[in-house]
Design a protein around this ligand. Sequence first.
Ligand SMILES: C[S@@+](CC[C@H](N)C(=O)[O-])C[C@H]1O[C@@H](n2cnc3c(N)ncnc32)[C@H](O)[C@@H]1O
Length: 324
Amino acid sequence: MIDYQPLYNTLLEAKADAWVKLLPQQLSSALDLSRHGNLEEWQTLVERLPELTTTHRLLDTDAVEIGHSVDLVEPGKIELEHQLKGLHPWRKGPYNLFGINIDTEWRSDWKWDRLKNHISPLNHRLVLDVGCGNGYHCWRMLGAGAKMVVGIDPLLLNVMQFQAVRKLHGEAPVYVLPLGIEDLPYGLKAFDTVFSMGVLYHRRSPIDHLLELRECLQPGGELILETLVIDGGLGEALMPEGRYAKMRNVWFLPSCETLVSWLKRCGFKDICLIDVTVTSVQEQRSTEWMQFHSLKDFLSAENPQLTSEGLPAPKRAIIIANNP
Ligand SMILES: C[S@@+](CC[C@H](N)C(=O)[O-])C[C@H]1O[C@@H](n2cnc3c(N)ncnc32)[C@H](O)[C@@H]1O
């Protein structure tokens, strides 16, 4: 069981009283067993994970590393690997847990490497990671010195994967809550840094998403935004008519110039494009820990610069902006 009191205390210090009032009820209804047919199984799995103690925790390396291989003798290691595989598919990582190398679908460390030297140092900052997946980047943010990291993600399997990793790590000022951005009260103005990575294109109303992100930030706080973009000029954006790279819920892919203008219109300042990268089949691929189709299956077989729908293949931009 996670003790949320330190989270509530820190949020109260940050004057996020409005959210603290709602949170206990939000957590219990989001984790109600009727919400998902597999939730009880996942929760049991996390509860049955061994109580391991280790002081070996590396949060500033490519793979989030907890415990040494030698800390766990056979058959415990085989059993732990089996338990963790019960939470398949593992999309974001990598992790190395007591010598078990969780080779996830994504090399999420590559995204972190692209941005880590550009953001304001996270030391002593209260950080929100919107759409954090299983919390891989939350651990990296903690490893970069954040005072506390709050991740939110509505997908319960992600939350359960996080809880599994956290149980092996032990108590830490990092939380992944089973919530969407729409569950946060408007006007919180509580966080020093807000990350939104891989979320904007899933939002039907991207401008509202940017405004919601701004409302989470303290004055002077920093937004790190990562999203799919297209080549093109000011005012251009792609709205797929159907699926995009086989994903159903993709709404808007702006050009970088359009994205910068959206941020300006939403009141952000010091907007800086720090990276544009075409996603490679080395960065996103099927593995033993994510055995479903992955990027190579979503691209056109004839022309890998196009998706299977004939749209421009995934290209992602990272932008840093300030909330004045
Ligand atoms: C493409 S993943 C990105 C994960 C991680 N941020 C990264 O960059 O690797 C998008 C995540 O956003 C989450 N998501 C979808 N709708 C959301 C919402 N309304 N609020 C917060 N997160 C959401 C999904 O569950 C998913 O885990």
